[in-house]
Design a protein around this ligand. Structure first.
Ligand code: SF4
Ligand code: SF4
Length: 167
């Protein structure tokens, strides 16, 4: 349960999942942000004005599926690391998942990383196809992984591997 362990329930996720019809049209942002907190950088960041909050800043964000173009700008702007962009149209068998990343080392393009689900369970090893810095004033990176389509709604974090003492 979200309030106890930070893991959203299927019912939570159902409130933010785009329709199959929209997913078939191209990349779209998914805001996995479920608590009423005073926060709105996502709203301000979106150049398409695709994210809104009603009635006020304490509400959870909503993505307009017709306005979002999947540009990924919002991913690095969310302090809660709660926004992902999923592109189910990448290829017949694979999808792209863009997720925020704030650890070191930052994986490089082409590197294989271990995808984790929302509970932290390993899902498989997937290539990083894009690694983009959030900019000089924003240390959040945006990593895009190519994953099998059936993992596109599961992979939400990564494990690069190794231990701090070099083991
Ligand atoms: S992916 Fe781009 S267009 Fe879509 S909500 Fe985020 S910033 Fe807006
Ligand atoms: S910026 Fe992130 S944490 Fe803040 S309201 Fe938007 S999605 Fe939620």
């Amino acid at each position: 349960m979200l309030i106890r362990d930070g893991i959203p329930t299927p019912e939570d996720l159902a409130t933010v999942m785009p329709s199959e019809e929209r997913l078939a049209k191209g990349p779209i942002a998914i805001t996995e942000c479920f608590q009423n907190i005073a926060c709105n950088p996502c709203v301000a960041a979106c150049p398409q004005h695709a994210i809104s909050m009603e009635p006020d800043i304490n509400a959870t964000p909503k993505v307009d599926p017709d306005a979002c173009i999947g540009c990924r700008v919002c991913v690095a702007r969310c302090p809660g690391l709660a926004i992902f962009v999923v592109d189910m149209t990448h290829s017949e068998d694979t999808a792209l998942v863009t997720l925020p990343f704030e650890f070191l080392p930052v994986p490089e393009k082409g590197q294989l990383v271990c995808g984790l689900n929302r509970e932290g369970a390993e899902q498989g090893w997937y290539p990083v196809v894009r690694a983009v810095s959030g900019g000089k004033k924003n240390m959040t990176w945006m990593l895009t992984l190519e994953v099998p389509k059936d993992k596109a709604m599961e992979v939400r974090n990564i494990k690069v591997g190794g231990y701090r003492d070099g083991r």
